[in-house]
Design a protein around this ligand. Structure first.
Ligand code: ACO
Length: 441
């Protein structure tokens, strides 16, 4: 934690913070997390004083207690349930990480086998869902399809929408969501290609099965090299959770009203779509392509950024102020993958050159702007053969376990309340209604 600007007097009561307001003082409780993060509890501030706090973008607001993911943005640390992301990316599988995030512990071999079997059971879509696909225009955006289809999928599983949830039902809901998002994504891709849907293959692992549904054809089965499967696994693990980011907070916000897990996850997909969040992985490739096609010198791009004519996509982060550990892993993975596939991607060269210039430039240093997870991920996805408009869908597939973990944590929280922020009203004061004939034309 950064040191406080004003050192506390030696005899100060360390369990409360004293807030001075015009004409009065109030003591607010100090809340301390398991990694020594400190917060000031303002839950009763309005009742006690009539004041509310103002924090646009929630940069200083802890909306909940959570035991799922820990980030130390100053030191570039990311851990899921206490396990460092570097170790999980190296040693674990995506299915195992999903279990860990949702249920808090690494699965036993029996739990993992049972969960894998359920994932396999849930791969197929209900035949009725084919008709939903037919309702979309052929070039509808796959993120729009994904969010709509997740909600539609809930309609086919009324038993998982019941207000009560327990571990057993949640395992079933998780397997349904995790498996169906892969099938939906592959189906929407095949539709844009005018090709027949490939049925899932129950003998394949989660990642291999997804690649099979995406790229196999009736006359030619897709057999991806091990390195591709490994890169995809890492990509999914690294995207699986990131505490209270925009889409996860959306899932929690929607879930706080009592909305079911399908509706809540569908809302997370919509929030992720934006270019300042998950949509940045598409925006980075579009930016790198523009630089390539325009023959621009990366130095002139950096100059434009400094003139505020341009935002460097894939750079900067609300929480990481040193480096994003996910970007570090993905840069390495990206290099290894391209080497193994014998592919040379000029966009990787441009990305590295941009990063090198930016990382030594005062503008970026002063603002602590570093490459984030989206800076290199698109180059991996390109190498695997994923089309650009599906990049954020890939992010969604990775993030599903995190969204479910947060939805369930909130569901189980005895102190859960509907999320309902306040505002500072800046509109006009009371006015009299103006009749139409008095308004002019
Ligand atoms: N390029 C240029 N300048 C930037 C960038 C960037 N990518 N990011 C931030 N800045 C500058 C801002 O202009 C601002 O400068 P100022 O203080 O002189 O006005 C300062 O850095 C702080 O920026 P904010 O926008 O206030 O930072 P915030 O925490 O609100 O935004 C965000 C974080 C949205 C990630 C931002 O850095 C950004 O837009 N990055 C590009 C989009 C991107 O890569 N998003 C993916 C993030 S990772 C994820 O969601 C999975």
């Amino acid at each position: 934690m950064p040191s406080p600007a004003v050192p506390a007097p030696a005899d100060a009561d360390r369990s409360v913070a004293r807030l001075q307001l015009p004409g009065r003082e109030v003591d607010l409780p100090i809340v301390v997390g398991s990694e020594d993060e400190h917060g000031v509890g303002i839950g009763r501030l309005r009742d006690q004083t009539g004041y509310i706090t103002v924090d646009p973008g929630f940069g200083n607001t802890a909306a909940c207690n959570s035991a799922i993911t820990f980030i130390d943005g100053e030191r570039g640390i990311l851990r899921y349930r206490g396990y460092p992301i570097e170790e999980l990316a190296e040693k674990s599988s995506f299915v195992e990480v999903a279990w860990l995030l949702i249920f808090g512990e690494l699965p036993t071999s029996d739990q993992l086998a049972g969960f894998r079997a359920l994932l396999t059971d849930e791969q197929l879509l209900h035949e009725g869902m084919r008709y939903h696909f037919e309702g979309f225009p052929p070039h509808g955006h796959p993120m729009a399809m994904l969010s709509a289809m997740i909600n539609a999928c809930g309609c086919y599983h009324p038993e998982l929408l019941a207000p009560e949830m327990d571990d057993e039902r949640l395992i079933r809901a998780t397997a349904t969501l995790m498996s169906k998002v892969c099938t939906i994504a592959a189906f929407s891709y095949k539709m844009t290609q005018g090709r027949r849907m490939e049925y899932p293959d129950p003998s394949l692992s989660y990642c291999r099965n997804f690649l099979h549904m995406m790229f196999s054809r009736p006359h030619r089965r897709h057999e991806p090299p091990l390195q591709v499967v490994r890169a995809l696994t890492k990509f999914l693990i690294l995207h699986a959770d990131h505490e209270q980011n925009c889409s996860t907070s959306t899932v929690r916000m929607v879930g706080s009203s009592g909305a079911n897990v399908f509706a809540s996850v569908a809302s997370g997909v919509c929030a992720l779509w934006g270019p300042l969040h998950g949509g940045a992985n598409m925006a980075v490739i579009e930016m790198l392509r523009q630089i390539q096609e325009g023959g621009d010198d990366p130095r002139s791009i950096v100059a434009k950024v400094k003139d505020r004519k341009f935002r460097l996509m894939g750079f900067g982060h609300r929480v990481y102020k040193n480096f994003d550990p996910r970007a570090k892993i993905l840069e390495e993975t990206c290099g290894e993958l391209l080497d193994t596939l014998g592919v040379s991607d000029p966009l990787l060269e441009i990305a590295r050159e941009l990063a090198e210039i930016a990382l030594t430039d005062d503008y970026f240093l002063e603002r602590k702007l570093y490459p984030n997870v989206d800076f290199y991920s698109g180059i991996i996805l390109r190498a695997i053969g994923i089309p650009l408009n599906m990049f954020t869908v890939m992010f969604s597939i990775g993030r599903v376990p995190g969204w479910i973990a947060h939805w369930y944590e909130l569901y189980q929280d005895p102190e859960r309340r509907i999320c309902r922020p306040r505002q500072i009203y800046t509109g006009s004061g009371r006015r009299e209604y103006v009749e139409m004939d008095a308004r002019g034309c």
